[in-house]
Design a protein around this ligand. Structure first.
Ligand SMILES: [Zn+2]
Length: 656
């Protein structure tokens, strides 16, 4: 019979240092000092399994939050019960708490497999700030540091170890297998699947962890996985009777829009970025040279920007990534080489100067905006040439046919999504398998910014029959001439005998180009033949028939060629964080922000590792004058309350 019970019940409030001392007595069992919820070792030979109430107490004490969000609690309950699992939680949905908290509560050290050093470094930094004993083991660390971390883990003095999949080779895995391991988490688990967009062969080897660590629960987490990818993760990782949690893919704070590329794409990006001046953002472009172009154009326009792509030296890349994290209001221009594992909560916009590869990639990339839950935007530019490039790239790749087919479908789905006039967020959620999805109310489609939708089915039928009549062997330019009734050479003249010659005289050339774009996005036509002399083909005869029967319709936006100007108010997203602050509170907020900037600089960590904007805003409103009062603020845990209470009280008193 033990008298301790969960923290906070009948016991005096436990301070952080008390927790540390209690752990010392508890060391041989390898529990975390932060867990600190169970009775002393001498009267419980078998400690009780940690329960959800312990998880909630830990969430409050260490991280400073009152309640779990979304599915976190369900995932954590299953891991605490020792089950294998897969959790698909949206970006910003608090994936990492799902393994950090069970690792702190269960006996032994938690292992987190993570694909990128930057991701590990950020998480380890943030964990140390709240008093968690965490280290990473990666190739950039020297032998002594690695060995020290492993020895500490062996003595039960480490809560979490982060390792890369390639770092988890046989020798390390065997050394870890001799230790008390609380759980194994596989972060960015979609990398294990070749159906995903970030396939990493090293992830395939993680299936062997089942044999090396029998009885240790394994949790796969990711922000992006459709049904096929989810099934692949379960199979490849060899998860035993897994619990599967898939959260809604809704991101209510994201405002999405997409526009066709018209005129100078780079200048349009500059325009979009300048309308959001002062906010941190990411601009994705397809190639290294496009990245450099956009970064140069932004710099010329006076926007503090950085370029990032795989062609740059690793040291430069790391320095620029760091700069982006540390400084406020920077714009990162990058290829998709940038981003995975970049956990900057206050990115206010993601602009795709060129479209992403798939809808999964889109959702992951755009999901890097607004991780703090405050308003953020995603704007994508796209064009038919982008789609063709992507299709051609897949055709000519060495992938097996089955993989190619999936990739081709995904490309078509992506462009149909961009070109559609349905709610953006709703479309993504349906793509990931959600049902009964309500329109978001804020995207360009919901706000009616896409212009009137015009039924173009009649024109589409003409175009597709022309393609078929002409034998699927001529290019788009000649097809348009044919529809317009123009014959410029002998070959055209031969085709003029066909019934489709001149049937499209009523629509100008420009209009026909739009019809062909739309048909391409819808997958009703495709470009085949040689790359330099593409011919238009009809890839799916059944789909074409349903178009002729009128079962399938095609619609067009009237004013596609006119550049669309948006009336977005400047810095709208940024202002919203502090919208409800009075002038006096705003002054306190500004002073706190300055203090945070200085402190972060002196410690070499990003500002949000100290406190998020939202936490600063709540401090500015509540003006806590003691550690106890500071603890009441959401996002302030035990350690930060002790460390910063004096500073905060002084700044509040001075600025208020
Ligand atoms: Zn919408």
């Amino acid at each position: 019979m033990h008298s301790g019970g969960p923290a906070g019940k009948g016991a005096p409030a436990m301070t952080f240092m008390h927790a540390v001392h209690e752990c010392r007595a508890d060391r041989r069992r390898g529990t975390s000092p932060l867990a600190a919820t169970r009775a002393p070792a001498h009267n419980t030979p078998m400690p009780p399994a940690p329960a959800l109430k312990d998880a909630r107490a830990l969430l409050k004490r260490v991280y400073g939050y009152d309640a779990f969000r979304g599915l976190q609690e369900n995932v954590i309950a299953d891991v605490l019960a020792g089950r294998d699992g897969l959790a698909v939680l949206p970006t910003g949905g608090g994936k990492s708490l799902c393994y950090q908290i069970p690792a702190l509560l269960r006996q032994g050290c938690g292992i987190v497999v993570s694909p990128l050093i930057a991701l590990m470094a950020d998480q380890v930094d943030a964990l140390k700030q709240v008093g968690v004993r965490a280290e990473r083991l990666d190739s950039s660390m020297d032998f002594n540091t690695r060995n020290g971390a492993l020895s500490a883990a062996g003595r039960g003095e480490m809560d979490l170890l982060y390792v890369s999949p390639e770092g988890l080779g046989t020798s390390l895995a065997e050394r870890l297998a001799d230790m008390n391991i609380s759980l194994i988490a596989v972060d960015e688990a979609h990398c294990v699947s070749q159906w995903g967009h970030d396939f990493r062969p090293d992830y395939r080897a993680l299936g062997r962890l089942k044999g090396l660590f029998p009885g240790v629960p394994r949790l796969a987490v990711t922000a992006t996985a459709d049904a096929r990818t989810r099934a692949d993760i379960l199979a490849q990782l060899n998860l035993t009777d897994p619990s599967v949690h898939v959260a809604s893919f809704d991101r209510p704070n994201l405002t999405l829009s997409a526009e066709p590329k018209v005129g100078n794409r780079t200048q349009r990006v500059v325009q979009l970025v300048k309308a959001r001046a002062g906010s941190s953002g990411i601009v994705y472009a397809a190639t290294r040279s496009a990245v450099e172009d956009v970064a140069d154009a932004l710099a010329k326009a006076g926007v503090p920007s950085l370029a990032y792509h795989a062609g740059l030296d690793a040291g430069i890349r790391a320095a620029r990534q760091r700069q982006f994290l540390l400084e406020e209001g920077r714009v990162m221009c990058a290829t998709v080489a940038f981003g995975m594992g970049v956990d900057k909560p206050d990115v206010r916009f993601v602009i795709h100067a060129d479209p992403p590869k798939t809808l999964e990639a889109y959702w992951q990339e755009v999901g890097r905006a607004g991780r703090d839950g405050e308003p953020a935007e995603g704007v994508a530019l796209y064009g038919p040439a982008d789609m063709n490039r992507s299709l051609q790239w897949t055709y000519s790749s060495d992938a097996p046919d089955e993989v190619k087919r999936v990739q081709l479908t995904k490309t078509r789905q992506l462009f149909a999504f961009f070109n559609s006039d349905e709610c953006r967020r709703g479309a993504v959620r349906r793509y990931f398998g959600e049902e009964k999805v309500d329109p978001c109310g804020v995207c360009d489609a919901c706000r009616g910014e896409l212009g009137a939708s015009h039924d173009a089915t009649r024109w589409a039928q003409m175009a597709v029959s022309a393609v078929l009549r002409c034998g699927q062997r001529i290019g788009r330019g000649r097809l348009v001439q044919h529809l317009l009734g123009e014959a410029k050479d002998d070959f055209d003249t031969e085709l003029s005998k066909l019934s489709t010659f001149g049937i499209g005289k009523d629509l100008p050339r420009q209009g026909w180009n739009r019809v062909f774009d739309a048909l391409m996005f819808e997958g009703l036509i495709a470009e085949g033949g040689e790359a330099l002399r593409p011919v238009v083909i009809v890839p799916d005869a059944e789909e074409a028939k349903s178009l002729f029967r009128g079962e399938r319709t095609v619609s067009l936006r009237e004013d596609l060629e006119a550049p669309r100007r948006r009336s977005r108010n400047k810095g709208a997203a940024r202002a919203a964080v502090m919208a409800d602050l009075s002038a006096r509170d705003q002054a306190v907020f500004d002073a706190l922000r300055q203090w945070r900037t200085d402190l972060a600089k002196s410690r070499g960590v990003p500002p949000y590792v100290i406190f998020h904007d939202r936490t600063l805003a709540e401090i500015a409103r509540e003006k806590p004058s003691s550690p106890e009062a500071l603890r009441e603020i959401s996002g302030v845990g035990e350690k930060k309350a002790q460390a910063y209470a004096c500073d905060v009280a002084r700044i509040v008193a001075e600025a208020a």
